[in-house]
Structures are given as C-alpha cells and as structure tokens.
Design a protein. Structure first.
Length: 552
C-alpha cells in the first residue's frame, strides 16, 4: 500500500471513513498520481530517498488539505524489507523420523524454491514408501509405549513448551514461511505464526481436561495419525492438526506440501528443543504418491487431509472400507454477500481481505462477490479505488499486501482461468501494476458482468481473482450463494441482525462470517459441507476428531 505520512497539523477536508481502516492513507486519486511519480502503482518501487516532498498532482487543490500554494506533503515509498539473516538455511534437509534427522532411502532429494525470486532455498530429502513405513512404525511404538500412556498433564507440559518456543522463534518462522511460500511477511508475522502458537496453547489446556470435554465418557486416543497439509498455510495447517492430535494422546506422521516443506522441518527442531519423545512427531516430505501411501497404510488409525477436492476424493476412496477415522478439509468457492444497507467502506475492506489475503490462495476465500443491485455501482467504484492502493511485490517487504504465487504451475492455472473469464464475456479490471522481473506474481483482478455459468464463478481459482454477481432479493442471494458444489464458507454484510440469522439458516456453508471475513480463532471449529469435505478442525470439535469415546 502506498502510504502517506501526514503531519498532525494538517486536517484534510475529506471523509476519512472512505480510507482503509489499517492506517491513514491518501485518497486513491493521490495514490495513483504519486505511484506514477515513484515508478508504478501496486508495486513497492524503490526511491532514492526514504521520504520525499512531492507537489500535488491529483485532482484537488493543496488548499483542500490545509496547504498553501507550492507546499507539499511528505510521501514515503522506501522499501521496508525484513532481514533474511534471522533464518539459517541448511543446504540440505533430511526426513524427521523417530526424533532424528535422516536421509531418504536411496538419497533422493528435491528442491524447495523461493517463489518470489525463483532461487533454490535448499534441497530436501524425498521420502520413499520404505521411509514412510519406518515413520509409521516409529509413531506406533511411541504411541503404545509412552505417549499414549502419559497423563494428560504431562502431555500438556510438552505442548506448552512447544508453544513457548514457537513464540520465542516467531520472527524466524515468519521469515522462513514467507521465503518458502511467497506470502507477505506481515501476514506470516501478524496472522500465521501467532495463530500457530495459539493453537498449541489452546490444546495444551485441554490435554488434562478430556473428562470435562466429554462428560460421562472416557476419551481414548485413536493411535497413529497420518496428516497431509497444503502449501498455502504450511505452518498453520501443521498446528491445526498436530496440536489436537498430541493433546489427545495420538502420535503423528505428517507430510508437508512439496513446495513448502521448510517450516515443517524447522518445526522438527522445535520438537527436539522441547524434548518431545522420539517418534511422537515424524515428518516425511515427498510427492503426492507418498501422501497416498501414508494415508492408505494399515498402520494408520486416523487420516487428516487439507487440500484440493480432487485429491480429497482419492483419499476418501483409498480409506473406504477401513476403520480409519478421517477428516477432509477441501476446496471452496465462498460467496461474500453485500446488502444495500451494509456499511460499504467497511464491506470493501472485508472484500479485499476476503479475496486478496494470502494472494487469494485460501480455501475459504470470498472469491464470489454477490452485491445487491442498488449498490453495485458505488461499491464497485470504491473497490476499484481500493485495489489501486494494493502493493504487490517482495513478500519480505513489510509494505507488501500481495506477495508471490506459490508455484509456476499455480500461476499458470490462475492465468488460464482469468483468460477464460475474458473469453466468456466478463469485464476485467486490474490496477496498473509493475510486477517484479523475477518470481511468480499476478495482479489483483476484479471481474464484473459475471454469469453463474462462467468458469471463474464455478471453479476454485486459488488466486487473487474476484468475480462479481448481483442479486435483488435475499432469496436470490441464497440461491446464488448455494449454487456451487462447495460449502465451506460465506460472508454477509448487512445492518440487520435478523437478516444475518435468516441467511445463516438458509445457506449451506460450514463457516459464515457476519460483517467481517477470514477471522480465525483456535477455539472455533472450521470445516465444510458437500465437496468441501467433512469433519471439523479447531475448538473442541477438533479434539473430538482425535479421540474414541467409550462409556464409563
């Protein structure tokens, strides 16, 4: 975001409610003209000085801001990069099995690449089926001989220790996560890593209270949990799965995504630092075939998968006919619904957060914007103005709003779907944006005049692409919101509480946000319906997924 440092003596004659709520910034017209002067909008273009005085070139006079003729206001465009020095990268990482780092059988490796620079960060051991078998045996031994027999209060001590170490090493994890995944550092630093620690704190608190969580029942661990996590929130999805599993007395074999394995392998260091017993957590990076071998292994008692609906269906088939407990958190095509009585400026911020957060690489992203016809015009204009302030660029720059797409393959998928939207007749808007010369980046994109039959309105894009549809009545909004094979999340923007409650009852979505979007908390369950999967993670529901309840 191009920000203005505004002297306190200046009292601009403008409606500050139109401005983004995070910080005071200049009006969009000012940002556009200033962006051109600095070398481009949407991009963290460097300047020769950290702060310069620039004359107004916008559409309003200096007097409108309390300035005399010829006076200027200081604008700051200098990059604010986070240091990479906090992270010590090894040239090669091994598997984490039975408390030790080991090479893969046969010595096979793959490369982990920084999506913002296309540089190779490290070589990572590629697990083989034999390595997975070894990890499952280690997890089974640990569960039966030690971890499953520990009192809850003792398991809690380990989880508390992990949470504390995560907080102590928070900056290190945030920088590594942004380097490996491409997400902006301010999201890794302010959202992901704090939530990771919070999940371990939360489930540590439940570890010795299972009898209260499930009154009248005896909660017993399931055994060995096979967990497969995606590349969009590598560390956070690890916490969502490992924390409740360990709290309930299970042991874990986790397979991170092959494009983002490094934060999981750094977490292995945390496990050693916390003196977690060997075999309780095992980490086996590798290709998709290794994930299928893991979840279908007869030594596994619980399967938890977050990823695409296509792969989720394959896992469901592979586990059919077994006694494995299974949780699937799959794709989404969420509707973000704005009624005419909504606070439009607040809604715009929620819309931007809903789709452009983490480059839109979010399963619950609000990728379909349903707008009541009477406010479509003003809302779209406000949204376009807001898009012109978004900064695209280096994920390690603290000013960056939209970072790099996770992989070249994902960028090609986004590009192909956006091209289909244009071909099918939707109207595209992209703010002028100078993208970096290297790396995989995509401009924030807005489509209007979208039909429900368009691919961009039906398929999960997993990128910074928003499709706008309109509605006239609440019934029509519900019909369009539910017109999808997915059922993960939705958002509602209205001043009427009764309307919110009515809409929630009518919509088939696992999570519905009211006058906000993408709010997460470890105490709250998360999961979907239909092709978005089944089961819940987070809260007591997430704990329930890792226990077998027996009568006293």
């Amino acid at each position: 975001m191009a920000e203005a440092i505004i002297p306190t003596s200046i009292r601009p004659k403008t409606n500050l409610s139109r401005l983004p709520i995070r910080r005071i910034v200049a009006p969009p017209s000012r940002l556009r003209s200033a962006g051109r002067a600095a070398g481009g909008r949407c991009h963290n273009a460097p300047v020769s000085e950290s702060a310069k005085l620039r004359p107004w070139s916008g559409d309003r006079a200096p007097a409108d801001w309390g300035l005399g003729d010829g006076q200027a206001i200081p604008w700051e465009y200098a990059p604010a990069p986070e240091s990479r020095d906090i992270v010590t990268l090894k040239s090669r990482y091994g598997l984490f099995i039975d408390g030790r780092e080991v090479a893969a059988q046969g010595g096979a490796v793959f490369e982990s690449v920084n999506p913002a620079t296309e540089e190779v960060l490290a070589e990572v051991a590629k697990a083989s089926p034999a390595d997975v078998d070894k990890a499952i045996r280690a997890a089974g031994r640990a569960q039966k001989t030690r971890w499953g027999n520990l009192p809850g209060r003792e398991r809690a001590k380990y989880l508390f220790r992990i949470a504390r170490i995560l907080q102590e090493r928070a900056r290190e994890f945030a920088v590594l996560e942004s380097m490996d995944s491409g997400k902006p550092i301010k999201e890794s630093r302010d959202v992901d890593v704090p939530l990771v620690a919070a999940h371990f704190w939360y489930y540590a608190g439940w570890a010795d209270k299972l009898e209260y969580a499930f009154p009248g029942r005896v909660a017993k661990p399931l055994g060995v949990a096979a967990q497969v996590i995606p590349w969009n929130f590598p560390l956070l999805m690890l916490a969502w799965k490992i924390a409740p599993a360990l709290a309930a007395g299970n042991t874990v074999v986790l397979k991170p995504a092959s494009t983002t394995p490094l934060s999981a392998l750094l977490f292995a260091e945390v496990c050693r630092q916390a003196d977690l017993p060997p075999g309780v957590v095992n980490i086996v990076p590798g290709p998709a075939a290794i994930g299928m071998h893991l979840v279908s292994h007869p030594g596994v008692d619980k399967v938890a998968f977050t990823g695409s609906t296509e792969v989720g269906k394959l896992i469901h088939k592979a586990t059919a006919g077994t006694d494995k407990a299974i949780t699937l958190e799959l794709g989404g095509k969420a509707a973000n619904i704005v009624f005419e009585d909504a606070a439009l400026d607040q809604a715009v911020e929620g819309i931007v957060n809903g789709i452009y957060f983490n480059q839109g690489e979010v399963c619950c992203a609000g990728s379909r914007l349903l707008v009541q016809e009477s406010v479509q015009g003003p809302l779209i204009e406000k949204l376009k103005d807001r898009l012109s302030t978004i900064r695209v660029g280096d994920p390690l720059d603290k000013n960056t709003d939209v970072g790099a797409i996770n992989s070249k393959a994902q960028l090609e998928k986004i590009t192909e779907l956006v091209a289909s939207g244009v071909e099918e007749g939707a109207e595209i808007y992209q703010p002028a944006c100078d993208l970096p010369d290297r790396g995989w980046f995509f401009r924030p994109t807005l489509f209007t005049n979208v039909a429900q039959s368009h691919r961009i309105a039906k398929e999960e894009i997993f990128g910074p692409v928003l499709s706008v549809l309109t509605f006239r009545t609440p019934d029509e909004a519900v019909e369009k919101a539910n017109n999808t094979p997915y059922g993960l999340s939705a958002g509602i923007w209205t001043e009427k509480g009764s309307r919110i409650l009515w809409m929630v009852r009518q919509m088939r979505a696992g999570v519905v946000w009211a006058n906000t979007f993408n709010r997460f908390d470890p105490t709250s369950p998360f999961g979907g319906y239909k092709e978005s999967g089944f089961g819940r993670e987070g809260g007591m529901h997430g704990l329930h997924a890792y226990v077998r309840l027996e009568r006293r």
